[in-house]
Each structure stands twice: as structure tokens, then as C-alpha cells.
Design a protein. Structure first.
Length: 204
């Protein structure tokens, strides 16, 4: 089917919106829209309302920057978590990946990305100042740098180490069970769990 002309302007607008999502081509977008049209109106209404609620109601934890339904996420609000250990990750996907290992009982700090000059992302674009404030305040015995083992991840690790090492906090990284160049969120749970448990002191 050619997508140069649509029988309906509403159909075309919906396809364009779905196709604007990452990884969704126009043919896939068309199939998704047609699937919605085959559903009953109540299902489509629930689908639309869930997207609206997501955008208007989502919160970011004021402690760790994780996505949450409340000001303090469930992890930071859990009294059983070890608040003296902070695991630094790139994004929410990495928090979920580490939580799925069930090997980690500390807290997190979500940077919101990694340093990438090619993409125009520098230290000022990340949640680094708030991480330094946490360390400066005291009470943190270990910072785990759990970033992807890519060039950008290693660059960010080095920058964080230079910023945080002056506070005499123990700084560690994941063991290299995570292959060089791997994105953390795509690492299997067993490998990630072992890399977390066998973490090493950071070395420049």
C-alpha cells in the first residue's frame, strides 16, 4: 500500500503521530492505527487516557530522579534499602535492569544521560551537581558507577570520578562481566548481577 495518499485526514494524522516514535516506521504505524480502529471505543479511550495521564501525572523522584508516581519513589522510600550506597545509572531502563537482578539493596542516582559531545550532551545537561551535593553532605560510603561500557560511558565515569574522589567516598565500577561496548539495559540479569556483586574500585 502506498502511503502518499490516505482516505482520511484523521487516519493520516494518527499514523504520523505513531511514526514519530523511535523505531516505528510508517508501515508499522499504519498497522498500529488500524489495530486501534478495530478495537471497541472503550478500549481506545482507555489507551488514550493512559497516555494523557502518563504525560500529565508522571513525577521524577526528588531524591534519585527516577520516574515515579509520587515525589519519593518506592525505592528511595523503602526503609529496608541501604542509603549509604548509591548506584549511578544513565536512565530508568538501567534502574529496572539492576532491580531485576535482585542483587542490589542500595539507592540509585539517575543521571538522565551520559556525556556525549557528538550528541551535544555535556556535564551541565546531566544530574551531576545534585549527585555531588549528596556526596558532599556525607552519609554515603560507596558510589557505584554503573554506566554502559561504551566510550561515552567510560568518559562519564572518568568525569564523575574526578568530581567525586575529593570527598573520600569509595568509588567502584561494575566488574567487566559486562562486555566492552554493551548497553547496560540489554545485559542479561545473571551477567549484570555478577558484575554488580563483583564490582571493583574505580581505576583511572
Amino acid at each position: 500500500m502506498s502511503f502518499t495518499e490516505f482516505p482520511s485526514r484523521l487516519l493520516e494524522e494518527a499514523v504520523n503521530e505513531f511514526a514519530s516514535l523511535p523505531g516505528i516506521g510508517r508501515k508499522t504505524a499504519f498497522r498500529l492505527v488500524m489495530n486501534l480502529l478495530r478495537r471497541n471505543p472503550a478500549e481506545v479511550e482507555r489507551f488514550g487516557e493512559s497516555i494523557l495521564r502518563l504525560r500529565s501525572g508522571i513525577c521524577y523522584c526528588k531524591v534519585c530522579n527516577n520516574i515515579s508516581d509520587t515525589e519519593i519513589c518506592n525505592i528511595c522510600g523503602d526503609p529496608k534499602r541501604d542509603k549509604s550506597i548509591v548506584c549511578v545509572v544513565e536512565n530508568i531502563q538501567d534502574v529496572m535492569a539492576i532491580e531485576n537482578t535482585r542483587q542490589y539493596k542500595g539507592l540509585y542516582h539517575v543521571l538522565g544521560g551520559i556525556i556525549s559531545p557528538v550528541d551535544g550532551i555535556g556535564p551541565a545537561d546531566l544530574k551531576i551537581d545534585s549527585l555531588e551535593e549528596k556526596v558532599k553532605e556525607g552519609g554515603i560510603s560507596e558510589i557505584i558507577l554503573a554506566l554502559s561500557t561504551t566510550m561515552e560511558g567510560d568518559t562519564t565515569n572518568f568525569y564523575l570520578y574526578k568530581r567525586l574522589s575529593k570527598y573520600n567516598t569509595f568509588i567502584t565500577t561494575l566488574a567487566r562481566g559486562v562486555a566492552i561496548g554493551d548497553e547496560l539495559e540489554y545485559t542479561d540479569e545473571i551477567t549484570l548481577g555478577r558484575a554488580l556483586n563483583n564490582r571493583n574500585p574505580y581505576q583511572q
